[in-house]
Design a protein around this ligand. Structure first.
Ligand code: 1GP
Length: 248
């Protein structure tokens, strides 16, 4: 199988099985506690990356995460410095909600030969930042304006344009530590328009919200800060997400 990670995600989406991705930030990775968080979370996927890494070591984090878990490890890169052949796959993110050419195609040109040499599975993904109550690191670092929180139509057309450009997944993100999650109505509108898997993240801090966002149409929920602050939260979210009957 050439694309095992995408095949896994795609077949889950086809059967309506919702997935949880635990986001591990190299800045907060701890060899003492993160392995326990991963095990407790019962997540389906591990995302590793960050908009800005100030003290963590990216390559060491990937290696440590691979050592303690058999889950697929997917790079969620904040920049092209975040490439490691030890991961299983990488989200090749094009920031389609923004109008910064560097994050639409510029970084990708520089990264292309490195990615080819890495033999990582490439997951071409349309990345959409949505306004979430305060400016996030992702919007500041990328120098882009997120889509307004209540502009469901803009999100829908942006996601559709991404799919029409051949992107294999859409990731709608309120950004790390978002004050409010992406709305159910926006998720519903996007999901009813696209056919590729829909990833949703940013500010998910309780199981009931996770359940609602998946029922609205999110296929994969990304949980970062909340899980790291409260180790039981990731497990509660996974239980809520996995309790959704397939086909919904
Ligand atoms: C950020 O979607 C991720 O890019 C996760 O956000 O840390 O707020 O869960 P949180």
């Amino acid at each position: 199988m050439n694309n095992p990670v995408y095949t896994f995600i795609h077949s889950a989406v086809q059967t309506g099985r919702k997935l949880v991705a635990l986001l591990i930030d190299p800045d907060t990775f701890s060899p003492e506690t993160t392995p326990q968080l991963i095990a407790n979370s019962r997540a389906d996927l591990l995302f590793v990356g960050g908009s800005l890494i100030s003290k963590g070591d990216f390559a060491q984090t990937i290696a440590a995460v691979k050592k303690c878990s058999t889950l697929p490890v997917i790079i969620f890169p904040g920049s092209l410095l975040q490439i490691s052949p030890k991961a299983d796959a990488i989200l090749n993110l094009s920031l389609i909600s923004g109008r910064n050419p560097d994050f639409l195609i510029g970084q990708h040109v520089i990264a292309a030969p490195l990615l080819k040499a890495s033999k990582l599975e490439i997951l071409p993904t349309g990345y959409i930042l949505v306004e979430s109550g305060r400016q996030t690191t992702a919007s500041y670092i990328s120098g882009t304006t997120p889509i307004p929180h209540d502009k469901d139509d803009i999100a829908m057309c942006t996601a559709l344009a991404g799919e029409m450009l051949g992107l294999k997944m859409i990731y709608m993100d309120g950004g790390s530590g978002a004050r409010e999650t992406i709305s159910e109505s926006m998720i519903r509108k996007v999901k009813s328009t696209i056919s590729v898997p829909l990833i949703v993240g940013g500010g998910i801090r309780d199981a009931a919200t996770a359940h609602k966002l998946c029922k609205a149409g999110a296929d994969i929920l990304v949980v970062g800060n909340g899980a790291h602050e409260n180790f039981d939260l990731a497990a509660a979210i996974t239980t809520a997400v996995h309790s959704i009957p397939t086909g919904q």
